[in-house]
Write a protein that binds this ligand. Structure first.
Ligand code: PLP
Length: 399
């Protein structure tokens, strides 16, 4: 079976490019040029140099010995939390800013939820001296002050979005609207493996540096280039796609994706898009979408703003229906407890998104000799308020 994208932009029945006519030219131009630009040796050299000297790659593959004892397997953490700006998102924004310049664009727009992708985009725009406009829901602006301040210090304009729930989905709609009005000079840097083809494939390729490094590092550290398990969290799916990318066709490797269950898959307060499993179209792509009987998109909920998205990248929809991945739903509480556990066992405070990948460890049955690689997509600085509030509450309730 082929788990990668086909020439029409589909992963099985998922993907494609469902876009308004005014964007055809832009998306077609991108589709026709992205592979050629990414294969260009000069592009590769600039991308690789920036990943090394600016982002700080390769990120370590860290053998987590106390976590390994706890779960009875050889557990390695792929340390995307050590990247510049604190997460994997910069791998993609570096790639796309270089691509935008080669396509002659002068203006960059982006959407952001928690602000991580907005900060990563504002960062590369400062680096390359490009105009940067970030759409962000008013609700998110209120709860993510620090990231808003960072974007502004980096020279980006943060445009508040007041439609809908005033969160990520609405910010994405607004960014698409902007792109429709400014198709010729503007490149839209999408932050995950979502959107119309070629975005899911392009973002997966930029993030695939994660699995390229894992292969080399495992060879050195374990004497074989494949693990028994790969684990990652899924919001739109970019850190997970990057983690799986070079192993998609290697059936020796079991793939495990964690989605955010919020208060529980059936609670109505959840972001477990794959578990709920309704097919639809969101932001230009056919995939699983959280929606009601009338096809109206329903509001997702997760303690983690980075996983709080009512869709899922089309690659992951296909990997799930073909049975290639096991998809695990991890609740707020399970993730928060896993974050504390990693902190106390290894001295690493993870992002609340990454803690959803950690929260799946307890649901697995490993053999002691098995090798597990889990991607720690980001660091937890941005989540300190959430952690403090939760752990104060659990202490008071005596649990
Ligand atoms: C944005 C974010 C995610 C979710 O996005 P994906 O595209 O699914 O990777 C996960 N972890 C961190 C730290 C993030 O900032």
């Amino acid at each position: 079976m082929d788990y990668n994208v086909n020439s029409e932009g589909y992963y099985g029945e998922f993907g494609g490019a469902y876009i308004p006519e005014i964007l055809y030219g832009n998306v077609k131009n991108l589709r026709e040029r992205y592979l050629e630009i990414m294969a260009d040796p000069e592009f590769r050299a600039e991308f690789d140099n920036l990943l090394r000297d600016y982002v700080g790659r390769p990120t370590p593959l860290y053998y987590a010995s106390r976590l390994s004892v706890k779960y009875g397997a050889h557990i390695y953490l792929k340390r995307e939390d050590l990247n510049h700006t604190g997460a994997h998102k910069i791998n993609n924004t570096i790639g796309q800013i270089l691509l935008a310049r080669r396509m002659g664009k002068s203006r960059i727009i982006a959407e952001t939820g928690a602000g991580q992708h907005g900060v990563a985009t504002a960062t590369v725009c400062a680096l390359k001296g490009m105009e940067c406009i970030v759409y962000m829901g008013e609700t998110d602006i209120a709860r993510q002050r620090l990231n808003v301040q960072k974007m502004e210090m980096l020279g980006a304009e943060v445009r508040p979005v007041t439609s809908g729930n005033k969160t990520l989905k609405d910010a994405t709609n607004e960014a698409i609207r902007d792109w429709c009005c400014n198709p010729s000079d503007t490149h839209y840097i999408i932050g995950s493996t979502v959107g119309p083809h070629p975005y899911p494939d392009m973002v997966a390729r930029f993030q695939s540096v994660i699995s390229a490094e894992i292969k080399k590092q495992l060879m050195r550290q374990e004497g074989r280039e494949y693990p028994d398990y790969l684990m990652a969290c899924v919001g739109g799916g970019s850190n997970c796609a990057g983690t799986f990318y070079h192993y998609l066709d290697d059936m020796r490797v079991k793939l495990v994706a964690s989605e955010a269950a919020g208060l529980g898959v059936d609670s109505g307060e959840t972001a477990a898009t794959i578990h709920l499993g309704k097919r639809g179209i969101i932001h230009g792509s056919r995939t699983f979408v959280m929606q009601d009987e009338d096809g109206q998109i329903t509001e997702p909920y997760s303690v983690s703003a980075g996983l709080d998205y009512p869709g899922i990248g089309p690659m992951h929809a296909n990997l799930a229906v073909t049975g290639r991945t096991r998809v695990v739903a991890v609740t707020d509480e399970e993730a928060l407890d896993a974050a504390m556990e990693l902190t106390r066992l290894e001295g690493i405070i993870p992002a609340i998104e990454s803690a959803h990948a950690l929260g799946a460890l307890g649901k697995m049955e490993f053999h002691p000799e098995e090798v597990v690689v889990l991607t720690l997509s980001g660091r937890g600085d941005k989540d300190m308020e959430t952690f403090v509030e939760y752990f104060n509450k659990t202490r008071q309730s005596g649990s």
